[in-house]
Design a protein around this ligand. Sequence first.
Ligand code: BGC
Length: 742
Amino acid sequence: MNIKRISFAILNFTLAVSALAQQPVYLDYSKPVEQRIEDILQRLTLDEKIALIHAQSKFSSPGVGRLGIPDFWTDDGPHGVRPDVLWDEWEQAGQTNDSCVAFPALTCLAASWNPDLGILYGKSLGEEARYRGKDMMLGPGVNINRTPLGGRNFEYFGEDPYLTSSMVVPYIQGLQSMGVSACVKHFALNNDEEYRHQVNVIVSDRALHEIYLPSFKAAVQKAGTWAVMGAYNLYHNQHTGHNGFLINKILKGDWQFDGVLVSDWGGTHDTEESIVNGLDMEFGTWTDGLSWGASNAYDNYYLAQPYKKLILEGKHGTKELDDKVRRILRLFYRTTMAQDRPRGFICSEDHYKSALKIAQDGIVLLKNDKQLLPLDPQKVKSILVVGENAIKMMTVGGGSSSLKVQKEILPLDGIKARFSNATIDYARGYVGDTIQSYNGVTMGRSLYDLRPADELMAEAVEKARKVDVVIMVGGLNKSDHQDCEGHDREQYGLPYGQDKLIEALSKANKNLIYVNISGNAVEAPWLDSVGAMLQAWFLGSESGEAIASVIAGDVNPSGKLPYTWYKTLNDCPAHSLNSFPGTWRADHKVIDEEYKEGIYVGYRWVDKQNVTPTFPFGYGLSYTQFKIGNVTADKSAMTEDGTITFTVNVKNTGNKAGAETVQLYVSDLKSSIDRPIKELKGFKKEYLQPGENKNVSITIDKDALSFYDETKQEWTAEAGEFEALVGNSSENIVSRYKFSLK
Ligand code: BGC
C-alpha cells in the first residue's frame, strides 16, 4: 500500500470519527429513544412545537425540516387506504397511483372469529399504507354495536367487548409491524351517527368500563397502539376529543397510554380544554378555507396561534405543550423516523389473497333448509340473480372509509365466473341507488334505471319462474341512512321494497337463496319463505368471488354473527327502553342520550329478558356438522392469581371439511350485584377434516370473572361459584362446568 493511500484512509477515518462525535443525540440510534426525544425537544422553537401539534393539510402535519424530521402523513382506514384528497379540500387529488385493495369491512373480520386473520389483515393494510407513504391509518374502529340502526356499525366489530378486543389486538399488531401507526377510534361512546357532534352520552360507570371501554383498553395495553382518535360526541357535557376524564384520567392515567391522542376531523371545539385535557394533535377543524379561514386556516386551529398567544401572554406555560410534543416525537420514532421500516406493496397478489381469505372466513350461513346450498356448478343449469347489490360497488360510499379500488369483483360477476356451465340471467328487481360516483370516485357500472318499481319486480318474478335457482343479492348499500357515516338508519326493515320482492320471488321459485349485504342486522319477515340465507357483509375487492365460492361449496362457511340479530327493533334494549336517540335540551344545542340498558347490550339483554332473537350472537351454520363434547377443567377451584383451563373435544361428524368455533361463556352463579347471565370470555376456531376431532383448550384468569365495582371504582372478582358454558352460539350451550374462585 503506498503512502498516499494510507494517508487517504487515515483522513477518511478521522472524518468519520469527528462526524460521529458531532452527531446530535437525536440521530444516534444507540441512545434510548426517550433521550433522543429530549434532545429534539430542547432544540425546538416555540413555533416549531406549535406546528407539530396541528395539521398543515387535510391529512398531514409538519415535521421539522431544519432538523431533518419528515412530515407526517395519515389517511383513512380502516378497510383500505383511502384515495388522496387535495391539500386543503375533500375533493379527490386525481392521482393515478392511489387505487388500493379493499379488505372486507371489520364486521366481516369479527365474524371470522379468527384472530390470525387480524394479523394478516393489519399487515396487508400496513403494506399498502407504506407504499402510499402513509404513516398512520385512521382505524380500526372499535365502538360497540348498541343498536342495529347505527350507521357506522359496519366499520366496527359487533356488540361484544371480548370479541372486539380479541379481534382488534392482532389487527393493530399486524399493522404496526409495518411501521405504520394504528389510530383506534372513536374514543369513546360514539354510538350515534345522527347529530354525532351534539349527543351527550349518559352512561353508568359500570357500562362504560364493562361494555364501551374494554376494546380501547385492549388496543392500548395488549396491542400497544401508538395513537387513539377522540370521538365527536360529548360525555359528562364535554366533547370527547378534549375530555379530561376520558383522556387524562382513563387513557393516559389508568392505562398509561404513551402515544398520541388525535382529534377526529372537526372534533375540536375549545383551546383551553384541548391544552389541559390531553388532546395532542388537532386535525380537520372546520377552518378549512371552505367555510372560513381561507389562507390562514391552519393558523386558526385551536391548538395553533390561539395556543401560542396564551403562552406568550403568560397564561400557560409549556408543560402541556412539551408533553404533547414528546408524544408526537415518540410517534415519529415509531414511524417516520424508525430505522429499517419494512417496504410497502400495493395491490399485490398476496393482498388480494388475504382479502379473499378474510371474506370467505367471515361469511355467515344463517339458514339452509333441505341443504339448498351449496349449489353444484356441474349440475345447476340455470340461475337468476336478482338485486341491485349484485351489481353495485360497495367499496365506494359509506363516508370516510370509502375507497378507490383497483378491482372489485361484483357478486353477479363472481357467480357468472364460478357457474360458467349454467345460464345466468339477471334482473334488478328494485332500484335503490342510481348515483354514478361518490367523493369523486366513479362506480364501476352504471346504475341508471328509470323503470317503475312494479315493472322491475314483475320482470324479476317472471324470470324467477323459469330457472332452477334464484339468488337474490340485496340488503343495505352504504348510501345515506343505509350503513353510512353521518346518519343512522331510519328503519330496521330492508329498504326499497325488498321485503315485497323477496316474498314474491319465493312464490315464483322455491329454490330462493337470499344473500344479505350489510354491516347490520335487518328485520326479516320473509325468513320462512327463503330456502337459504347468507350474511355477506361489505366484502371488499374480492366480494363476488368470495360469495360465489361459498355458494358453490368450494369454501364451507364458518362465520359466526358478531351481534344479536333481533326479530324486531323493540327487542333491542336501546329501543325498547326508548333511549335511542336521546332528547334535545331546550336550547336545541345538545341531545342527552341515556344508555338506560346499562351493561345489558345484545345477548346480555336477550338472556335477561328472555327474548328470542332471529339469530343469536355467535350463530352460524356450516355445510358439515360438528359435535362438541363435554367440557372438563384442570381444576375445580382457582385462586385469585391463578388460571383455569377448560378442555372440550370438537368433532367434524359430517362429510365436508369445515370449521367450528367453540365459544366459552362464564356465568357468575352468586354475586353481590346483578350480573349478566353469561358473558363471552374465550373462543377457538378449529378447522377439521370429515371425521377429525380435536381437543380445544381455553384458559381464563380472574379477569374473566370480574365486574366493575362502581363503589370501589375498580374491577373486582368475588370469591364464589361460577360456571363455564360451552357451545357454538350464545343460545346453543351444550356443556357446563362448575368451578369456584377461592
Ligand atoms: C370520521 C373519522 C375519519 C375522519 C377523517 C371523520 O369524519 O369520523 O372516522 O377518520 O373523518 O376522514
